[in-house]
Design a protein around this ligand. Sequence first.
Ligand SMILES: [Zn+2]
Ligand SMILES: [Zn+2]
Length: 264
Amino acid sequence: MQMIDPSSEMLVTILGSGTCVPSLKRSACSVLVETGGKKLLFDIGPGTMHRLLEVDTTIFDISYLFLSHFHPDHSGELVPFLFSTKYPDGTRRQQPLNIVAGKGFYTFFNKLKQVYGDWIELAPGLLNLIELDNRDRDIFTGNRFSIASIPMKHNDESLAYRVMSTTGRSVVYSGDTDMNDNLVLLAQDTDLLICESALPDDLKVSGHLTPSLAGKIATRSNTKKLVLTHFYPDCDGIDIETQCRKTYIGPLLLANDLMRIDIR
Ligand SMILES: [Zn+2]
Ligand SMILES: [Zn+2]
């Protein structure tokens, strides 16, 4: 187990580097960002709670959850997460849980409540829902960090997020997207871009990126380090790095579950 270095400005843990496809190696999408004493979760695909335990983090440690969009490989463990919070008697969560997502989030959550009712309700004051309106660029200021978001080319509600420490270090999380200039804008000069690279170059599908397209975004935005993630099984056995190197020469990582990246 890697210990958290107190000198870290931001510590990023890739909890899930996979997709909707069941895999023992790659859990569905989720990224943990620790900054300013806060633990922020980006997406909550199936398997997230298990992976959190593997990095000694409980569900009660999470104060913010940001959803990139509502596809189940990004949101599917939200209901179990909320239900688990009630065990044993709903008193273990001390700090409020803030859930932030794009347009349509209130409707999405109300529909979940129609199905699950008070199984997913927390004690008064412990659950805050925040729907962003998918304007060109939204700024959300939290306690000891701030977040910028911008629409992505995937679903109507899709957002990418840029989380910034109080000293200006930053991490950008793309969520799912096709090629678009918004991601270049949001990732400008960022310390770390966590970018989806769902399928190899020759299997490109609409709504998703490939290694060389992700590399193009990183180059155009002057990203200081690029992490490719969200790998479908079609990526297994393919030289993803070489495909990305066609368009990007900077520091590059291919995500694995539980990979940790220190930003200082
Ligand atoms: Zn998606
Ligand atoms: Zn996805």
